[in-house]
Design a protein around this ligand. Structure first.
Ligand SMILES: C[S@@+](CC[C@H](N)C(=O)[O-])C[C@H]1O[C@@H](n2cnc3c(N)ncnc32)[C@H](O)[C@@H]1O
Length: 286
């Protein structure tokens, strides 16, 4: 390579490298290292409803106690991610000593850049001001039905599915109070959109369902009956399970309770009418 060409390509490489650096945002500080007291780890894993062989990810894993306890006591597999390499080293050593080194791994990485799609359970003990930034990531990457358990800080405005409160002396040193709160969330399948319905004869002339979601992730819905929009009652989405009631208004003869499963662009289930249960289905309009 001649000198001028070498200088030109070195300058080009430096420009690309500095552009890449400029584009990589500094990792968000999700909080200092404060380990969850072991008594709370026990409650947290119980609330997570972890089953043998399931995969747990602790975001900001510290000394690895949550993932390592999950592997040892529940036969889970898992990983932890922490921004501090020395904590990753400590967590890895603790895993080896606990005899679970073959089922867990710890990586030094910004937790925001870790794809969490493999998880059945995600655990968090992160600052309240940052933890909610993870909501879009969770909805994008996690499978419906994945449980998220957050120690002390809620993912508001997302409405928790369950909350447990405790008093632990072990917390006084950490937060100046014995109060401990564990919030559980279950990732919902996305039902938002317009669905063309195929319903059993007794239900009436329902053409389609329309579902929306508010910032709390609560689902609202309507049915289109003879060109009129009727609000659905008691809508519930848990993982891929959906249920709602269609009230007896707008020319509908009876209230109908629907249950079903959301499978991508297809809905399928049972409608319970006075005469008994019958199958129903709906297809998402593209
Ligand atoms: C409160 S500690 C929780 C430790 C552990 N999860 C537990 O409950 O025992 C929060 C951890 O998050 C880590 N952390 C903070 N920001 C992070 C980031 N952007 N990526 C990965 N880890 C981060 C910290 O280094 C710290 O170890």
């Amino acid at each position: 390579m001649n000198r001028r060409l070498l200088r030109a390509s070195t300058t080009a490489i430096a420009a690309v490298a500095s552009a890449a650096c400029a584009q990589t945002p500094a990792p968000t500080n999700f909080g200092p290292y404060v380990p969850t007291p072991t008594v709370i780890v026990t409650h947290l894993l119980k609330l997570a409803d972890l089953k043998p062989g399931e995969y747990i990810i602790d975001l900001g894993s510290g000394d690895g106690r949550i993932v390592n306890t999950a592997a040892k006591q529940y036969g889970a597999r898992g990983m932890g991610v922490d921004i501090k390499p020395e904590l990753v080293e400590l967590a890895t050593k603790n895993a080896r000593e606990a005899g679970v080194g073959d089922r867990v791994k710890f990586v030094a990485q910004d937790l925001f850049t870790l794809n969490v799609n493999e998880a059945n359970v995600v655990t968090l003990y992160l600052l309240p001001s940052t933890v909610t930034k993870l909501i879009p990531k969770f909805l994008e990457e996690l499978k419906p039905g994945t449980r998220i358990v957050s120690h002390d800080y809620s993912l508001a405005p997302w409405e928790h599915e369950r909350v447990e409160e405790y008093e632990f002396d072990e917390k006084v040193q950490i937060s100046g109070t014995t109060r401990t709160v564990l919030y559980r969330y279950i990732v919902p399948a996305n039902v938002v959109g317009t669905w063309d319905a195929q319903l059993p004869a007794g239900v009436g002339k329902v053409g389609r369902f329309v579902f929306t979601r508010d910032p709390t992730l609560r689902v609202r819905g309507t049915a289109e009956v003879d060109g009129r929009s009727v609000a659905l009652d008691n809508i519930k989405v848990t993982g891929t399970a959906l249920s709602f009631d269609l009230p007896a208004v707008a020319g509908l003869r009876q209230r109908t309770s629907f249950t079903g499963r959301i499978d991508g662009g297809a809905l399928k289930g049972e409608a319970v009418l006075a005469a008994g249960a019958a199958g129903w289905a709906a297809k998402l309009r593209r």
